[in-house]
Ligand binder design. Sequence first.
Ligand SMILES: [Zn+2]
Length: 432
Amino acid sequence: MASPAVDFARNNQQRFLNELKDLLRIPSVSTLDEHKSDVQKAADFVANDLRRIGMENVEVIPTKGHPLLYADWLHAPGKPTVLCYAHYDVQPPDPLDEWKTPPFEPTERNNNVYARGAVDDKGQLWMEVKALESLMKSGNGKLPINVKVIFEGEEEVGGESIAEYVRKQKAKLKADFALVCDTELFAPNLPTLCVGLRGLVYTEIEAVGAMTDLHSGVYGGAAPNPFFALIEIISKLKDSKGKVLIPGFYKGVKAPSKDELKAWKRLPFNEEHYRKTEVGSTVLTGEPGYSVLYRTWARPTLEVHGMPGGFIAAGAKTVIPAKAAAKVSMRLVPNQDPDDILKRYTKFVKKLTPKGIETKIKVHSKGPACVVGTDNPYIKESLHQSSHRSVARHIQERNCLHPQRRIDPHRHRLSGRPENSQRNDGLRPAGR
Ligand SMILES: [Zn+2]
């Protein structure tokens, strides 16, 4: 039995989809200066619709970076207040030749909409706005609970402005629960509640050897090479099986509850299918004794993302670089304290640094994991309200809106394969 709001949404589905496509056409790439006005344009686009549907106090808030968007509707006395989050900025669409159709010209194929941002995060943002519209229009201009909305345009570049805003505007943003729509359905047509997000400590190890770049034909054999120092350090941070070797790294790591583990078992997940279609590798790696879902949702990890330095252009140059760096991050799970982990990691890196090399650690971002218990009253209520009994409760690798919000470069954004993976940029238009 569908509610009047769901009826309204179904009857207006084509219009909702057309509006979403208009939003997708705005190239709101937050990391590129030349798109600054497009990010503003996307903010204005969303703000105008929030005003049109009857949200109040709609503000496009200027920041040092890209604008924030606030709106509310607070006329349900005695009812809880929700804070809704999403973002309207996107990552750059490169590499362009991997797109079958232009990234900013939304195209429907295989019942999906393909465009940059379709599933991260304009699709989800528009879903929130359209849910508010459907509830409002089918409820005589009233919402069943109090709603505050905070949208941002800097999610893909660190979200510094929202972090500052949230710290300063605690009273304005106060809510009983937050709804973060920057996640995905576990499988097509499987309503999914993401109840947890791993934390992150993102660092850059800078290694310095000689005082200047040197020629290997002259100094090779005598000058320390910072790349080898980094290789030596990194190779000892994790063993070949995937266990992180930083002393005390796993201290206090909280295991998922029996209920969570049971819920994961019910999910339609096939390891081989995941290996082939999502990862696209010959094997899956990681700690033995844990399932893939366990390893990616509830175990801490350590990764290397890049090693800037030396000569990386085409051709050859026999340089022994004076400096090199490695971007190293750790995903954290509940009960791991980012500051404690950073301390242990720094101490270990220093210990592993070979003679003749100096290392410095720069911190790009850090923040703890957060998990909402599956016995939380709002989680329980949404499960209860769902017409689908198969609602999956799962933990997923994402960050959340939190006073200490931090960078989360989205894992599926980094694949460089805009269309190969189902989870990538395909948005399933609802109800098809
Ligand atoms: Zn996102």
